[in-house]
Design a protein around this ligand. Structure first.
Ligand code: MN
Ligand code: MG
Length: 687
């Protein structure tokens, strides 16, 4: 006993001579770069499966080039993903639903991420879209949830996946590892300038929005439960520290919201900054944070610019002093948090004032040139890419005579929305008509209306618009193909639901949807942006009734909450007490978007069918889709107003002819491009 003690004392004395018991001299400096991808959504190649064309503005094969460049700048990197990666394109649907990947196979996504040597990942809400059996398999994780298949020896990421705030209902244990310690061997610089190899333990935590229980109720109810992000962090950050984490990074699949903390909030990331973490990676809202640094880069999104500056420094990328990054979506940006650590009194100490944060895009070198794709990526997934194209081009309906597009959905065009509404409405009417349920049967005389939103209308950049070509083409000799409903209805995981509401609820619903518009000052001389941010454009619900019987107008000169006028049904003003049944999706019906009174309590139909499948089936049933029947019933317009200065709408460039074909006389001219590549179209609100 004494002998051992004295040996230890000798060893300690020797090591202390070197400055510490680790052999690392006091004052040694370590430069680390934490790299983030987020919301990849199955955009692996720079390719658009809905449009069957290359899109060089997106794709992990190009993010891979950004990753290589960041690693060349500093070899001390930790590459992490913030979730929402397995769902989002037809490749995801193909490998999960149409031709599910086998246990012995590996998702194309994970093949690429393994090849890029990711160090760790969190999850997003969309990871739950294909159900727990599938997620268990492709993550090779036993969730310990009764009735859920165990992923065992299946192809999966070869890096740890962490999720700190989801537990099994029966076990009350986390379904994934709540955190992981990643041991990295890095090169640091001693005070004398010599290099030294050091070990750094990087702790990671992961969080998803509690709303997964609403959005994926069908997959998750009674199986898992979600805890608040802050409570979960407070539990696990000290555990990570006690296990030796030198650096703690939160992978929070949620945006930035400065509202007071609630364990139910969707975008609670900001409230993780007080839990003792060192760095924060965020996502879910598909935005760029901090403000893009490349020459001529896009302006800060309006929703981020509105955050209180005493908490959020959107230029430096600090939230309550914690370095924070969001790498947009679809592989378009790589989040980079550069941190300096110093070895002081036997441990690594983060030098808080020396962090620098960047959300680096494809054009970061000169603001003009996209980085090239990393040529090593495409060959890894060539078979899956080709199989997805074959799946996407299977015939669905016969030829169409009009272009279904969302370029001008925010100024009245319904060409890509009406058919979705018709499909939903048809489904709900038939559901009620054929129901044996006495309550549902008693609703037969209540008008059924429907709403849907322009899901692909600029949220992910100027190429992100629904556009289903008119008529047969060489690429689509039969007209509509399997790929088209995904373009018309992006969220393949949404299920159709219906709610029973009053006329007053309908008015409030429309008011909430109309929040997407800025308040236009008719007397202002300068340019006014009609829709300042596309970050929540999926909340712009457009309503429809058969024979275009529902009509309303939006007065954008009025403040939020008092914009809807002339709301009529079948030619009569809608009264507060009128009954309506609204066909919508499970996201909205269960409270998604916080629409007043639409909180799950008014849901009367929870269909097992996906809205996207409902659209597919409707197109099949119609056989031939035409503009007159399916694309020209405009249910809403603006209250006319003359403005002193120009009002603009950002949309894809080169689309003025489409507005003219649609007869949208309020779209006047195509203007210059903004820094994100959107064209600024002049809108005459007096038309
Ligand atoms: Mn996402
Ligand atoms: Mg998300």
């Amino acid at each position: 006993m004494y002998k051992i003690l004295s040996l230890s004392a000798v060893a300690l004395a020797v090591l202390t001579a070197c400055g510490s018991d680790s052999g690392i001299p006091e004052g040694t400096t370590l430069n680390v770069a934490l790299l983030e991808t987020t919301d990849i959504h199955q955009n692996l190649l720079s390719y658009d499966y809905y449009g069957l064309k290359a899109d060089t503005s997106l794709g992990l094969e190009r993010t891979a080039t950004l990753i290589k460049a960041a690693r060349a700048e500093n070899a001390n990197t930790v590459l992490l993903d913030d979730g929402d990666n397995i769902q989002g394109t037809l490749l995801g649907d193909y490998q999960a639903v149409a031709s599910p990947v086998s246990c012995s196979g590996t998702l194309a996504l994970h093949k690429v991420m393994n090849a890029l040597k990711f160090d760790g990942g969190g999850l997003g809400n969309h990871e739950f879209n294909y159900g727990l059996d599938f997620l268990s398999q492709v993550s090779n994780t036993d969730f310990g949830v009764p009735g859920v298949q165990k992923g065992a020896n299946c192809g999966a990421p070869n890096y740890p996946l962490v999720l700190s705030n989801v537990v099994g209902v029966s076990s009350q244990q986390p379904i994934f590892k709540p955190y992981a310690l990643i041991e990295k061997q890095f090169t640091a610089t001693q005070p004398d300038g010599a290099l030294i190899s050091v070990k750094l333990n990087v702790g990671i935590l992961g969080f998803v929005p509690p709303q997964i229980m609403d959005w994926d109720q069908k997959n998750l109810a009674d199986k898992v439960a979600v805890n608040g992000v802050q409570e979960s962090a407070k539990k696990y950050v000290p555990e990570l520290r006690s296990k030796g984490a030198d650096l703690v990074v939160a992978l929070s699949h949620g945006g930035l919201d400065a509202s007071p903390y609630s364990p139910k909030m969707e975008n609670g990331s900001l409230h993780l900054t007080t839990t003792g973490i060192d760095a924060l990676m965020v996502g879910h809202s598909h935005l760029i944070f901090p403000k893009a640094k490349e020459p001529g880069g896009p302006a800060l999104d309006a929703s981020l610019a509105a955050l209180p500056t005493d908490q959020v420094d959107a230029v430096k990328g600090l939230v309550n002093g914690v370095p924070t990054v969001m790498g947009q979506s679809w592989g378009r940006r790589l989040g980079i948090i550069k941190m300096v650590l110093k070895y002081q009194a036997g441990k690594w100490v983060v030098q808080k004032d020396q962090a620098s944060v960047e959300s680096r895009g494809f054009k970061y070198t000169d603001g003009v040139t996209n980085v090239a794709a990393d040529a090593s990526v495409a060959p890894l997934i060539d078979a899956e890419h080709k199989a997805t194209i074959a799946y996407a081009t299977q015939p669905l309906g016969t030829t169409t005579d009009f272009e279904m597009s969302a370029y001008f959905a925010l100024v009245g065009d319904v060409s890509a929305i009406q058919i979705v509404n018709q499909a939903q409405l048809d489904y709900v009417k038939n559901f009620i008509a054929s129901s044996t349920d006495a309550t549902l049967a008693s609703y037969k005389s209540i008008p059924v209306i429907s709403c849907s939103a322009p899901f692909k209308a600029g949220r992910n950049g100027p190429t992100d618009f629904t556009d289903v070509a008119p008529g047969a083409t060489a690429a689509a000799p039969f007209g509509l193909q399997v790929r088209n409903p995904g373009d018309l209805y992006l969220y393949g995981n949404n299920n159709l639901q219906a709610v029973k509401i009053k006329g007053s609820d309908l008015k409030n619903w429309l008011e909430a949807a109309a929040k997407q518009f800025a308040t236009i000052d008719p007397n202002k001389g300068g340019e006014q942006d009609l829709v300042p941010s596309y970050s929540t454009i999926y909340n712009y619900d457009v309503f429809y009734a058969e024979n275009n019987a529902l009509q309303y107008q939006i007065d954008v000169t009025k403040p939020v909450g008092s914009r809807i006028v002339n709301l009529t049904y079948a030619g009569k003003a809608v009264a507060a007490g009128d009954d309506f049944i609204v066909a919508t999706n499970d996201y909205r019906a269960s409270g998604g978007g916080n629409f007043p009174g639409i909180d799950g309590s008014k849901t009367i139909i929870k269909s097992p069918d996906a809205n996207q499948a409902v659209v597919s089936n409707y197109v099949r049933k119609q056989g031939k889709v035409t503009a007159a029947k399916n694309g020209t019933a405009q249910s809403w317009s603006f209250v006319k107003v003359a403005t002193a200065g120009p009002v603009i709408l950002r949309s894809a460039p080169g689309k003025l002819a489409i507005a003219q074909t649609l007869g949208l006389s309020r779209v006047k001219a195509e203007g210059v491009l903004d820094a994100s590549g959107f064209a600024k179209y002049a809108i005459d609100l007096n038309q």
